[in-house]
Write a protein that binds this ligand. Structure first.
Ligand code: 0A1
Ligand code: ZN
Length: 849
């Protein structure tokens, strides 16, 4: 059923549900097009709630029968659910409904993927399984019986019975319905084991489809490492006898933390050296950790309502980032996260989709699983930790777990544990949750007779629905360097709380060079009029690895902007600076590889727009190509040696050490390919023994306008492997030249393997189109039209993925009038599509306004 007129839900309207749930018993009789779900639920009036309306959510359900305390009822049902008159005393609700998982293409509720039954209930999918108060503050224990003629039948919690064609699961931990999960199919277990800190044995399983057994080792090891890390660092022990992970091919997001039964997009868990890149391995490790860490931050302590989503997501992203920093390289992880934040969160926070980390209203909550809620949410936790210190952070977290275990909480509860453990007033800090937009911090300096004065001013532009902005608490980590490059003041954290504030450093022998916002201590845009020479100095000497990288990044950005705006040639400060860094064999190869990165073309467009210029995507593309070429020439003598980093004798391992070497070697290969017509890339392709080497080489070949033959052999070699085929699709679009991107993408949509109903495959082509900046923004609008065509086609099948991909258009107001007209026309065409989903309607109308 399609959606009726959208309604807006407000945070301020929260009221508790009128009833508590003591237990839920569910029975599933599985059938592809007529699954029966029988529920028996013990309710009792909630003494804390004044509104006793008994409303049960329910969507796309066929009610067979319902009763209260055994007496049949015939409720009136709307497209949202039903309201029933109930006794003012505890009662038993029973219902039987029929659902059609075989035709559920939206991948929400109970659906089928390659013959396997699986569920996705966050945020509001449980209401597509049975009638229930589908809200996160209603928590209950669950017992689930599954009847079905399939070998593997799984649900949350511990197994409590099984026989031929049935299995029963009992989850002793009260949970909201969004954490419910069921999986049934022909699956193979990759088993593992973990002994917890108190000595309990936990059975681990990674369930995969036949054929994927060889891709489980890494995921299992990542799970075990995560379990150990959460014990060591947060004192959190696992709380069930089993922990199951299932890999599913059709999944809208990365993975889902259902209690004791995590469900993963197969791309986020399956890995092997032959089929996965180093970057895939790192991402998989982080996602496994993320979902596992949710067991405490999300499941044991959950959210009162969906406005509090950042309570579990911000904290869990922060925890998974800590984990990755601990087991890999902390500076590399911090730089990767900063790159990601600038690429995904800043455009969101500074455009029409801008919203607070804790939004105040929504029409469709699925549209708020955003970089702002997740990544900016995590940055807020990082700032809090930096402000109160590591010890106080640990104390506050201990109190959080102690005080709120088993509860559905709010950001107020979270802030309060910090206030109670530190005696600080965090009311101003809390603005980070309610104020949208990225603060800009401008720096001015003064030097006078041994005293260095740093003046910092903060300003946040108006964002949709928020015209007035108040000063926030911004921790600015600063260190001072002497003229010879020695650190004259170690890092200290300045607390910027006013609109403008000065900080003095006395007793200095000479004017220092300030290294500001070290370790990216706050998610802000720093505006510091450094000269190229000062940036080059920091690139050579900064003792903070993040800021050293940042100095190179801003040098590169300024060089590119001058090339675009003033027709300048690539600057010597940048080229020499990069050369020096590359020569420095003491530096971690992964770090040197990051130093070779350039700001994305989309970021350059944002930077131009910020300066009051209209970005020209072709001019941006040309500047990047020219700077790359100049860099290749400037460092060419070093390239063979750098490339030899990839010649690792030891067997392949995705660890940080080997991955870093390959990343530097392949960055060198990309530069070499600009000088040798990709001859070395062709050799690497032919000799490649793992996917990292194979794919890097293929991308160099394609970039050079070659690689036709390799593309074909790659296809033949990997046709059977859907995850590798996703790479094959994405790479061709990603590497296409600006003039051909849209045509390449269109041709690929006609390929027999373009299964557009599979979100991974759809994103491989359409996501890559939107990411190829100059190609997507081709002046005739072909990129816009192609994406819009496909979004219109996908919407009735999968509204969630469609709506998410609309964000490709969120930056449209940066561009020239002709492009704006072209994009507006496509957005309008989408908006006017009959029966457009609530998800996409909300996204398009926010982007247009
Ligand atoms: N909670 C999951 C992400 C997730 C959210 C929504 C989903 O379907 C709408 C699926 C997964 C996480 O943070 O990993
Ligand atoms: Zn999460």
């Amino acid at each position: 059923m399609r959606d009726a007129a959208p309604t807006t839900i407000y945070l301020k309207d929260y009221t508790p549900f009128g009833y508590l749930v003591d237990s839920v018993h569910l029975t599933f009789d599985l059938a592809a097009h007529a699954t029966r779900v029988t529920s028996r639920i013990a309710f009792r009036p909630n003494p804390e709630a004044s509104d006793k309306t008994f409303f049960l959510h329910g969507e796309d359900l066929k009610l067979i029968r319902a009763s209260i305390d055994g007496a049949d009822i015939t409720p009136e049902i709307t497209d949202k659910g039903m309201t029933v008159v109930t006794p003012d005393a505890p009662f038993i609700w029973e219902a039987e409904v029929e659902i059609d998982p075989g035709n559920n293409t939206a991948l929400e509720g109970l659906y089928m993927s390659n013959g396997m039954y699986c569920t996705q209930c966050e945020a509001e999918g449980f209401r597509k399984i049975t009638f229930y108060p589908d809200r996160p503050d209603v928590m209950s224990t669950f017992t689930v019986r599954i009847n079905g003629d399939l070998p593997v039948l799984l649900s949350n919690g511990n197994p409590s019975g099984k026989g031929e064609g049935w299995a029963e699961w009992t989850d002793p931990w009260p949970k909201p319905a969004y954490l419910f999960a069921l999986v049934a199919g022909e699956l193979i277990a990759h088993p593992g084991q973990f002994t917890t800190m108190s000595g309990r044995d936990v059975e681990l399983n990674l369930w995969v489809r036949p054929g994927d057994e060889g891709k489980c080792d890494f995921g299992m090891e990542a799970l075990r490492k995560s379990m150990k890390w959460d014990e060591d660092v947060y004192g959190r022990e696992y709380d069930l006898d089993v922990f199951n992970i299932v890999a599913v091919d059709d999944f809208n997001m990365g993975a889902m933390e259902n209690k004791g039964l995590n469900i993963f997009n197969s791309s986020a868990v399956l890995a092997s050296p032959e089929t996965s890149t180093d970057a895939n391995f790192e991402r998989i490790e982080a996602i496994i950790a993320h979902e596992y860490f949710h067991n405490w931050t999300g499941n044991r302590i959950t959210c009162r309502d969906w406005f509090q989503l950042c309570l579990k997501e911000g904290l869990t992203v922060f925890r998974d980032a800590q984990f990755t920093s601990d087991i890999r390289s902390a500076p590399v992880k911090r730089i990767e996260d900063a790159i990601d934040l600038c690429a995904r969160q800043f455009p969101e926070d500074n455009g029409p989709l801008s919203h607070p980390v804790r939004p105040e209203s929504f029409q469709e909550i699925n549209n708020f699983y955003t970089a702002t809620v997740y990544e900016k949410g995590a940055e807020i936790i990082g700032m809090l930790k930096r402000l109160v210190g590591d010890e106080a952070y640990s104390k506050a977290l201990d109190l959080y777990f102690l005080r709120h275990d088993g509860q559905a909480c709010t950001i107020e509860d979270w802030i309060k544990v910090f206030e109670d453990t530190t005696d600080r007033d965090l009311s101003q800090f809390k603005r980070w949750y309610s104020q949208s937009g990225t603060p800009r911090v401008t720096v001015s300096e003064d030097w006078n007779d041994g005293t260095y004065t740093l003046t910092l001013a903060q300003h946040t532009e108006e964002t949709p629905g928020q015209s007035e902005k108040l000063p926030q608490v911004i921790p600015v980590a600063v260190g001072l360097l002497g003229q010879n490059g020695d650190e004259v003041r170690a890092t200290e954290v300045l607390e910027l709380t006013e609109a403008e504030q000065s900080f003095q450093f006395t007793g200095l022998a000479a004017k220092p060079v300030a290294s500001i916002l070290r370790d990216f201590s706050a998610p802000v845009i720093l505006e510091h009029d450094h000269t190229d020479a000062e940036r080059a100095f920091l690139l050579a000497h900064d003792t903070d690895p993040f800021n050293r990288w940042q100095a190179g990044r801003s040098l590169a950005q300024d060089t590119l902007l001058r090339m675009i705006l003033e027709d300048a040639t690539p600057g010597a400060d940048y080229l020499d600076g990069v050369l020096a860094v590359l020569r420095d064999g003491e530096l971690d190869p992964a770090y040197r590889a990051l130093m070779l990165g350039l700001p994305s073309q989309s970021e350059l467009a944002a930077a131009l727009f910020d300066r009051g210029e209209t970005p020209d995507p072709m001019a941006i593309w040309t500047s990047v190509e020219t700077l790359r070429q100049a860099t290749a020439q400037h460092v060419q003598d070093l390239l063979p040696r750098l490339h030899s980093e990839t010649l690792i004798e030891a067997p392949y391992s995705p660890d940080a050490d080997q991955a870093g070497k390959r990343s530097l070697g392949n960055a060198a290969l990309a530069l070499t390919s600009r000088l040798d017509g990709a001859a070395m890339a062709a050799e690497q392709y032919a000799a490649a023994g793992n996917m990292t080497q194979q794919l890097s080489a293929l991308s160099c070949l394609l970039r050079a306008g070659k690689g036709e033959a390799e593309l074909s052999t790659f296809y033949v070699q990997w046709q059977h492997d859907r995850l590798v085929m996703d790479k094959w699709f994405a790479l061709q679009v990603g590497m296409a030249s600006p003039a051909t991107t849209a045509d390449v993408a269109r041709t690929l949509t006609e390929h027999a393997d373009f299964n557009w109903k599979n979100p991974n495959r759809f994103r491989a082509v359409m996501g890559a189109l939107a990411m190829n900046h100059a190609g997507f923004h081709r002046a005739d609008g072909a990129g816009y039209a192609l994406l819009a065509d496909w979004l219109i086609k996908l919407d009735p099948v999968n509204p969630q993925t469609t709506a998410r991909m609309c964000s490709a258009f969120q930056t449209w107001k940066r561009y020239d009038a002709d492009r704006q007209d072209l994009i507006r026309a496509q957005l309008t065409r989408i908006a006017e599509t009959p029966d457009l989903s609530r998800d996409t309607t909300e996204m398009v109308s926010r982007i247009l306004n």
